[in-house]
Ligand binder design. Structure first.
Ligand code: F6R
Length: 360
C-alpha cells in the first residue's frame, strides 16, 4: 500500500476544530473547579513546565496569565527546571506540567521535584491514565484523540485552549478579571473552531504556494512579540522537525540584537503581526530593513490590516478575533506551512528522522 506523505499530520490539523470543541465541552467544568482550588491557595507564582511543543504551550500560558492577571507566571523548559528553579519552589507555588503523552521523562522529573518542595501540581496531558495524570494533584486531560504523527499539531491546539481557559478562570478567582470577561472568553472557543474550519482549505492552498517559494531557502526565521513570540517558538520547531528546514524563532525586537546579520537574499522571515499597537511600528521598520536585505518576508496578519504597506512577499490573513485567542488561529497556517514545505522537500512529516513520539 502506498503511503501518502504527511497523511496523518494533515488529518490531525484538520481535526483541530473538533479538538477545541471536545476539550472545551469535557474540561470546562473541571478547569473551573481546579481554578477555584488554586485560587483558594492564593499562589504567589505559577511555573509552567514542559518540553518541545508542550513547553511552547507553557510560554503561551504564561503570556495569558500575565495578560489577564497580576500573578507572576514563568515558563520553564522541563529539562532546566532543576538547575534554574527547583530550589526556589515552595508550597505557595503552582506548577503546571504540560505533556501531550504524559510520559516525557524531563517533565516527570520536574513534576516530582516540584511536589517534593510542596508546590501544587496541575498536569495537562492528552493521555488519560498517563504517569503525569497519576502523579499530579489535579489533571486536565485534553480531548484531541490519539495523535499518531510524531509532529504535535492538534494536541498543541488543545493545550492553547486549556491554557487560555485556565488562565481566565484562575484570574477571576484571584480577583483580577471580571466574570463578564471570562464569559466572553468562554464563548470565543466555538468561534475559533468555526473560523479554523472555514479557513483551513484557503490556508492550505496559500501555504502550498509559499512552500514552493521557500523550497530553496536555507534558513527561515520566525518572529513575534508577546503571544506571537510563543507561536514563533512553536513555528521554529515545527519547521525544523516536520520539514527539516533550519528555522529559529526570536522576539521581533530581539532579532535586531545580532541575528539580523544572517539575513541575505534567499533567507525567509515570517513575521507574526503584533497585536499591541506600539509594537507595530517596530515590526514595520524591521520588515523594510529585511526587504532591503532581499529576504523573502511573510506576514501573518489580521484580515484587512497590513504591515509596511504590504511591501512583503506573502500575507497570510487571519479572521478578526479577540487578540487573546488569535494564536489559536495563527498556529494553523504555520502548521500547514511546515506540512507543505515538508511535501515539497519530499520529507515525511508524520515520522521525521531521528524523532520519537515520546522522549524518555
Ligand atoms: C513536537 C514534539 C516534541 C514534543 C516533546 C514533548 O512536535 O512532538 O517536541 O512536544 O517531546 O512531548 P510531550 O508533550 O509528550 O511531553
Amino acid at each position: 500500500m502506498k503511503i501518502a506523505l504527511g497523511e496523518k499530520t494533515l488529518k490531525e490539523i484538520r481535526e483541530e476544530p473538533a479538538t477545541i470543541r471536545n476539550t472545551f465541552q469535557s474540561q470546562a467544568t473541571r478547569i473551573k473547579e481546579i481554578s477555584t482550588e488554586l485560587g483558594q491557595r492564593k499562589p504567589n507564582r505559577v511555573f509552567l513546565v514542559g518540553s518541545g511543543t508542550s513547553y511552547h504551550a507553557g510560554v503561551f500560558g504564561a503570556y495569558v496569565l500575565n495578560a489577564l492577571g497580576e500573578i507572576l507566571a514563568i515558563p520553564v523548559q522541563a529539562s532546566e527546571f532543576e538547575a534554574y528553579v527547583a530550589n526556589a519552589v515552595n508550597p505557595h507555588d503552582v506548577v503546571i506540567a504540560l505533556s501531550q503523552s504524559g510520559e516525557s521523562t524531563d517533565t516527570l522529573k520536574a513534576l516530582r521535584v516540584a511536589k517534593k518542595r510542596g508546590a501544587l501540581v496541575v498536569g495537562v496531558t492528552n493521555m488519560p491514565g498517563s504517569t503525569i495524570v497519576l502523579e499530579s494533584h489535579h489533571s486536565i486531560v485534553t480531548v484531541a484523540g490519539v495523535e499518531e504523527s510524531v509532529v504535535a499539531t492538534k494536541t498543541f491546539q488543545a493545550q492553547l485552549a486549556v491554557m487560555a481557559l485556565l488562565a481566565a478562570e484562575l484570574c477571576r478567582e484571584l480577583g483580577s478579571l471580571g466574570a463578564e470577561r471570562v464569559a466572553e472568553i468562554r464563548h470565543l472557543f466555538e468561534e475559533v473552531a468555526t473560523m479554523i474550519s472555514e479557513n483551513l482549505d484557503a490556508w492550505d492552498k496559500q501555504t502550498k504556494k509559499i512552500a514552493m517559494r521557500l523550497k530553496p531557502s536555507r534558513d527561515v526565521f520566525v518572529l513575534g512579540f508577546g503571544e506571537g513570540f510563543a507561536l514563533a517558538l512553536e513555528a521554529g520547531l515545527k519547521l525544523k522537525e516536520a520539514s527539516l528546514t533550519h528555522s529559529e524563532a526570536f522576539s521581533i525586537a530581539e532579532f535586531k540584537h545580532g541575528p539580523i546579520s544572517l539575513v541575505t537574499r534567499g533567507v525567509a522571515v515570517i513575521v507574526i503581526a503584533p497585536s499591541v499597537e506600539e509594537k507595530v511600528e517596530i515590526a514595520e521598520r524591521l520588515i523594510l530593513e529585511l526587504k532591503q536585505k532581499r529576504a523573502t518576508v511573510i506576514t501573518i496578519i489580521e484580515q484587512g490590516k497590513r504591515l509596511a504597506q504590504g511591501k512583503v512577499d506573502f500575507e497570510i490573513s487571519i479572521p478578526r478575533i479577540d487578540a487573546l485567542l488569535a494564536p489559536m488561529l495563527q498556529i494553523v497556517p504555520i502548521q500547514l506551512l511546515a506540512y507543505n514545505l515538508a511535501l515539497v522537500r519530499s520529507v515525511n512529516p508524520d515520522s521525521p528522522r531521528h524523532l520519537t513520539k515520546v522522549v524518555r
